[in-house]
Design a binder for this molecule. Structure first.
Ligand code: ADP
Ligand code: SF4
Length: 683
């Protein structure tokens, strides 16, 4: 297939100072949980992006000095020459596919407590660091500023030696130190670096000038700048100082990469923001500079991308999450395969890997973060030596992914689903308020499955053990999912909650199946991810009074890791949903719940008609157990194996198929071990 001429404009080359990007697809910086700890894995990951057609592929934040150390998070490091080879791996991997490698060098300033290096944090003013650590940043004196500029310059030169084509000056996300200087809230200086906007922007200007001077002859110099902090008059706004900073420095860098701040605003989930949500803030930028502009907004639609360029909103389509969900997005547009694009669903499971310091993972793309250690490629799977007959039972995210990947490997695949609809929990959950985009997990897989002739799908086919045995498959994967418990057992309850028969108890499955809801409703959330909060919203929209009770400090507490926790709490409050936090459910009595405060042990009675238990799940593993010993190759995958996230189910489905390919489980994989030379002195 060839490209639709409507999209030609996306494949025009664009100059960024002395270098030229071959098209308008720009993978902006994104964290990955690996950083300096896994350079080979990261190089492979970034190389795949370049192979997939992103003309510019950027690192994550790369620290320039131990005094801006965000340990224990895994970002990049360019503290000394010793760091050059690791970063050069990435630049080489990107160049191998004809793309430009960009590096976001930065100093965290007061955003880092320097937990690892124990250096004194630095900032524009004497202020506590932004983390909760009982540590303050010291106000930088003139000598400190001079030294910081030297560190930045040295890092730029090292970046050039590592082979990077574009070097950033970073003032975004409330993280890069020039952002702290720019911010009136953070900068109370009375010298030439404080006070007027011109003074507060001085450090940013100097860093741009230094970088241009150091590497500008051969490297493009980019600035990442947050034009709006969504703080109104307390912060930078796109109608105020955000505009004025760009106007003031308009022609200084070779490229403006603009977004909104902080990270929780920049990477909003689909629950709270739709494609293009930053456009209103960043649209002005091109009117005040002639330099190319890159912007983000979880763009996955090529028509939208064309309209952004044609309307003069952006020169480059910036993407972090869309490039994670589909590293081959540009290539697919180029090859006229729009329907093959695996669109990001905006769930932010990728962000959790940064917060948990683990390899990048993605709900839509199970190969993400596994390119090097497991050798998984997002688009390629080797053909099976011999086509075997595979039966997958259950068409939820695990079953769909397993079936698709087995079929891509050339097997004869049969996918049986008990109900008349495909997608399992993804289909059910995507009908809940604001989760509609999650259906993309099902829709993309079904789109791919429908193209394959070696994959048969049987709906309305609830299989028994006899059915499975009679089918005579070489390999069987049981992907029958899980159900929510009705007994209250969960994180904080190791045995049944007493008195449940006294109460009208519903589970999330009941609500999603359309159970009648009688208010007032109490949702007891001992699961702590998104579902408790979403179901509270679901019930309130049915017109009943809802209270969310949680043993945790805040509703949907795990959502801190998807950047959503504050937004969720605010949203629940705006819907009139009362939240009782640090509260345990000790017993049900007729018409009421007996509650106990987790800290004070204070007891209270809470009247309600319906109790919704969002606690834990039990796998549907009966079929698997019946088949064990009856057929030689039977496996359980996804929630049927161990209830977890949709991301984990997709991954499990993919892993099953890959392991069939290799014939062995991939529990052992290469690791990036510390250099032996560095360990020798401890022998
Ligand atoms: P996962 O997240 O692991 O993919 P889901 O609960 O989303 O799990 O999906 C499991 C799917 O399996 C559901 O669509 C369910 O209807 C289907 N299923 C359960 N038992 C059977 C069975 N015996 N035969 C066929 N399909 C089944
Ligand atoms: Fe998008 Fe979710 Fe994948 Fe992140 S994890 S890239 S938000 S689909």
């Amino acid at each position: 297939m060839s490209r639709d001429p409507r999209y030609d404009i996306l494949f025009e080359s664009v100059k960024i100072g002395p270098v030229t990007a071959r098209n308008r697809f720009f993978q902006v910086a994104h964290c990955n949980g690996m950083g300096w700890t896994q350079p080979q894995a990261l190089a492979e990951l970034r190389g795949v992006k370049a192979e997939g057609g992103w003309a510019v592929v950027t690192t994550e934040e790369v620290e320039i000095h131990p005094s801006g150390d965000c340990e224990p998070y895994h970002e990049g490091r360019l503290w000394s020459d010793d760091d050059i080879p690791a970063l050069a791996l990435m630049a080489d991997a990107v160049h191998a596919h004809g793309s430009l490698a960009a590096i976001e060098i930065m100093h965290h300033g007061p955003s880092a407590a320097n937990r690892g290096t124990r250096e004194i944090p630095l900032g524009p003013s004497h202020r506590p660091v932004t983390a909760l650590d009982p540590v303050q940043a010291r106000r930088m004196d003139k000598e400190d500023i001079k030294t910081l500029r030297q560190w930045h310059r040295d890092a730029a030169l090292r970046a050039k030696r590592a082979g990077f084509d574009i070097v950033y000056v970073y003032a975004a996300h409330e993280l890069g130190i020039p952002m702290h200087f720019l911010s009136r809230r953070m900068n109370d200086r009375a010298d030439e670096y404080g006070g007027s906007l011109e003074n507060r922007a001085r450090l940013l200007r100097e860093l741009i000038e230094d970088t241009k001077d150091a590497v500008g002859a051969t490297c493009g110099v980019a600035v990442r700048f947050a034009v709006d902090q969504l703080l109104g008059d307390d912060g930078i706004t796109s109608a105020g100082e955000g505009h004025d900073v760009i106007a003031m420095l308009a022609e200084l860098p070779d490229l403006w990469d603009v977004n909104i701040s902080a990270w929780a605003n920049d990477s909003q989930t689909s629950r709270f923001a739709k494609e293009g949500f930053q456009e209103d803030y960043t649209r002005f930028v091109k009117s005040v500079t002639t330099k190319p502009v890159v912007g983000v907004g979880r763009y996955t639609s090529p028509d939208k991308m064309v309209s952004l360029v044609k309307s003069g909103a952006l020169d480059f389509i910036g993407a972090a999450r869309p490039s994670i969900a589909d590293p081959f997005l540009p290539k697919k547009i180029e090859e006229g395969r729009i329907e093959d694009i695996r669109e990001c669903i905006g769930c932010n499971m990728c962000v959790t890997s940064d917060f948990t310091m683990t390899n990048l993972r993605c709900t839509q793309n199970p190969t993400m973060g596994e390119e090097w250690r497991r050798g998984w490629h997002p688009e390629r799977i080797s053909k099976a030596a011999e086509a075997e007959k595979i039966l997958i039972v259950g068409a939820g995210p695990a079953g769909l992914e397993a079936a698709l990947t087995c079929a891509r490997a050339g097997h004869e695949v049969h996918l049986a689903e008990a109900t008349t609809e495909l997608g399992g929990r993804v289909t059910r959950e995507s009908r809940l308020p604001s989760l509609a985009e999650w259906a993309r997990v099902r829709d993309w897989r079904m789109g791919q499955i429908n193209k394959l002739s070696n994959l048969s799908v049987y709906k309305d086919s609830k299989l028994t053990a006899e059915d499975v045995i009679g089918f005579g498959a070489d390999h069987v994967a049981i992907a029958t999912g899980a159900h929510w418990r009705r007994d209250g057992i969960g994180r904080n309850h190791w045995r049944d909650i007493p008195g449940l028969p006294e109460m009208n108890v519903l589970t999330p499955d009941d609500l999603m199946a359309g159970a009648t809801i009688e208010g007032p409703v109490a949702i007891y959330d001992d699961d702590h991810f998104y579902l408790g909060g979403i179901l509270a919203e679901f019930c309130v929209k049915k017109g009943v009074k809802v209270t969310l009770i949680t043993p945790e400090l805040r509703p949907s507490a795990y959502s801190v890791n998807t950047l959503e926790a504050t937004r969720i709490a605010r949203h629940l409050a705006s819907l009139g949903i009362e939240v009782l936090s640090q509260t345990l459910l000790s017993r049900c009595i007729t018409g009421a719940l007996q509650l106990v405060h987790a800290i004070t042990d204070q007891k209270s009675e809470f009247p309600c008609r319906t109790l919704v238990l969002v606690t834990a799940r039990l796998p549907h593993d009966k079929l698997f157990e019946e088949l064990q010993g009856e057929i030689s190759s039977v496996h359980r995958i996804g929630d049927c194996n161990s209830p977890s996230t949709i991301q984990a189910a997709v991954y499990a489905g993919h892993k099953f198929a890959r392991e069939l390919e290799t014939g062995k489980p991939s529990t052992y994989y290469p690791r990036e071990l510390p250099k032996a030379a560095a360990l020798r002195r401890f022998w």
